[in-house]
Write a protein of this length. Structure first.
Lengths: 95, 379
């Protein structure tokens, strides 16, 4: 029976989508499968000033969530989990 | 779509150009030597040090396009492009972020002096190992009794040897990469701040540049610009103004250069003809005009987008690349048109080439601007 996706399911889906984008675009496909939800993206330099703007454009175009300038912070971009949480908040805001 | 300047813009441009020609139109001191206090005061007297600062602090209250137009007049009327660059960098890379992000207390302390030109400001971002890649910055801002303690070295800061105030950037969250940077306005008199000797450079000699060291330099929290971690965003904001408006000065330089080339091609005779009768020369001049006018349109549009509060990153990058590459190409063509005399320093043509080359590098290299343009195209 069809049911509306729960917040948990939404979060999982967004998080997988973002992980996939980061793997494909910033980690050469991540052949060893090293990217985790809590991999420190900023600390390890996976995200920098150039590609973070690409990620934000991806979030805007593919997930329909506008990341506001004040949201571009270390707390929101520390790892995949933080990014997904920020996007989920954006989805709830739009709903 | 309206491509005309308004009457007010025309009058302002003509007024600034006339004053610049009158007060700064002679090469005195000769281009290549750091600006004098008298030159800086003259520029300030015309209002150039505060064009886009709020009127309540003595500034001109202009937006980005009008600021660029005034800098164009400055570039056209003043043969010392290094001085023009020094004033524009002071205003755009330093006073603009102080205007938009400083605490009320620091705005009160600094903006009036920055607008009047009493204070000279320098932007200190670049480090030995951090040019385009801001995540490699190593200067730190740790917690101190009154706020922060800055420690580190900046390897290239325009205006540094003459500066009264530094706008600088340091790491406050080492685990946060480019989002762990924080911006500060630091008066040069704070203990622990020391600026090095002016570098010998290829061009823009009127603008002294040097290293800056910060050693256990205590900076009260009031001198922080914006919030912790906003350093990159603040820097990008100041760079949008600099990449947009500062390059207006190069349009002015190119206008002056173009007029000289046309005049020379009409007067100089070889083989019984004006050299402008030869297509090799006339088409070179046509190509110069095409580069200049297309760069101008991109620059005006980029500044207009800033003023409209619209997305401008890609447009500003296009403008920056177009103006700087036009300046280099046109300057090389000008040397060729003037031939042997263009090669001589006294003619005042060759130094335009040396002043143009740094435009490919400062405010974000051509390489990085193309990266921004490609990214915006979806690559």
């Amino acid at each position: 029976m069809a049911h509306a996706p729960s917040d948990d399911e939404n979060f999982r889906r967004v998080s997988d989508y973002i992980s996939e984008y980061i793997r494909e675009n910033f980690l050469d496909g991540d052949p060893k499968g090293e990217l985790e939800d809590d991999t420190p993206l900023l600390e390890w330099g996976v995200l920098n000033s150039l590609n973070t703007a690409r990620l934000i454009a991806f979030i805007r175009e593919e997930l329909d969530v506008v990341v506001k300038p004040v949201e571009i912070s270390a707390a929101n971009f520390r790892d995949v989990r933080s990014i997904a949480a920020m996007v989920a908040r954006g989805v709830r805001r739009a709903a | 779509m309206d491509f005309d300047l308004t009457d007010k813009q025309r009058k302002r441009f003509a007024g600034v150009l006339a004053e610049v020609r009158d007060r700064l139109g002679r090469p005195d001191p000769p281009p290549g030597t750091p600006f004098t206090g008298a030159q800086w005061k003259s520029a300030a007297g015309i209002g150039l040090t505060g064009l886009c600062l709020p009127p309540e602090y003595g500034g001109g209250g202009l937006g980005a396009l009008d600021t660029a137009l005034c800098l164009q007049a400055f570039g056209q009327g003043c043969p010392d492009t290094g001085l023009v660059f020094a004033v524009a960098a002071h205003l755009l890379a330093c006073a603009v972020p102080i205007r938009d992000f400083a605490s009320a207390e620091v705005r009160r302390e600094l903006l009036t002096g920055l607008a009047s030109g009493e204070l000279v400001a320098a932007n200190a971002m670049t480090e030995d190992d951090a040019g385009s890649d801001l995540s490699r910055l190593s200067m730190t801002a740790g917690r101190g009794p009154e706020g922060y303690v800055l420690d580190g070295d900046k390897s290239f800061a325009s205006n540094a040897p003459a500066a009264d105030v530094f706008v600088t950037y340091a790491v406050t969250d080492p685990g946060a990469g480019f989002l762990g940077l924080t911006a500060f306005a630091v008066p040069a008199g704070f203990p622990g701040v020391s600026a090095g000797e002016p570098f010998d450079k290829m061009g823009l000699g009127g603008c002294p540049a040097g290293r800056v060291g910060f050693r256990r330099c205590e900076v009260p929290t009031a001198y922080r610009l914006g919030e912790e971690g906003q350093g990159t965003a603040i820097f990008q904001h100041s760079m949008a103004w600099e990449r947009g408006c500062l390059f207006g000065a190069y349009l002015g330089v190119m206008d002056r250069q173009f007029a000289r080339c046309v005049e020379h091609a009409r007067q100089r005779r070889q083989f019984g003809h004006r050299i402008g009768d030869f297509q090799a020369v006339s088409h070179r001049i046509a190509a110069m005009k095409q580069r200049l006018e297309s760069a101008r349109l991109l620059l005006y549009r980029a500044c207009w987008l800033i003023d409209e509060g619209r997305d401008h990153t890609g447009a500003v990058a296009l403008s920056k690349v177009a103006v700087s590459e036009a300046a280099v190409a046109n300057s090389l063509d000008a040397v060729q048109i003037f031939g042997g005399s263009g090669y001589l320093t006294a003619t005042g043509i060759e130094h335009q080439l040396r002043d143009a080359v740094p435009a490919l590098i400062f405010s974000g290299t051509t390489d990085i601007q193309r990266e921004l343009i490609a990214r915006e195209a979806g690559l």
